[in-house]
Design a protein around this ligand. Structure first.
Ligand SMILES: CC(C)(COP(=O)(O)OP(=O)(O)OC[C@H]1O[C@@H](n2cnc3c(N)ncnc32)[C@H](O)[C@@H]1OP(=O)(O)O)[C@@H](O)C(=O)NCCC(=O)NCCS
Length: 115
């Protein structure tokens, strides 16, 4: 849930807080797919479509767009349910690219999606 501590100077939810939630969700998706630790290498095409307000319940949905040799690009969408409402609204979407890394911190070849 978006909380008062996450607001900007206008009283709306700070975009950086939402981006952080989306990065966490995309990272979980990438790590599970890669079966390895991952780091974020790039965030592309972020679109903030609607504001997020205090009290909104935020859900983040992820899907694989592309699996490379060591990288996975993930579509990440944030949806909200506003207080007293039941509809879900798409507020933000973007594409996040993660790189699987080994214990040495170097890129690690991810398993093929067909395996
Ligand atoms: C991620 C990191 C290990 C990659 O190291 P690197 O030496 O640049 O590795 P490579 O050049 O071999 O690239 C690795 C993969 O990343 C992809 N990549 C690199 N830069 C990219 C970019 N700007 N956008 C999209 N993909 C990118 C490459 O295409 C490659 O993918 P592939 O193997 O599937 O073809 C290194 O850049 C790093 O440690 N970055 C900091 C990560 C970080 O701290 N993130 C924030 C906190 S999680």
């Amino acid at each position: 849930m978006a909380m008062p501590a996450d607001t900007n100077q206008n009283g709306d939810i700070f975009g950086g807080w939402l981006l952080s939630q989306m990065d966490i969700a995309g990272g979980i998706h990438a790590s599970k797919s890669a079966k390895a630790r991952t780091v974020t290498v790039a965030i592309n095409a972020m679109t903030f479509r609607k504001p997020v307000y205090v009290g909104d319940v935020v859900s983040v949905y992820t899907d694989t767009i592309r699996t490379g040799r060591t990288s996975i690009t993930v579509s990440v969408e944030a949806w909200v349910q506003r207080r007293q409402e039941s509809d879900l609204l798409l507020v933000t979407d973007g594409q996040f690219t993660y790189v699987a890394i080994g214990d040495d911190g170097r890129p690690y070849t991810v398993p093929s999606p067909s395996r």
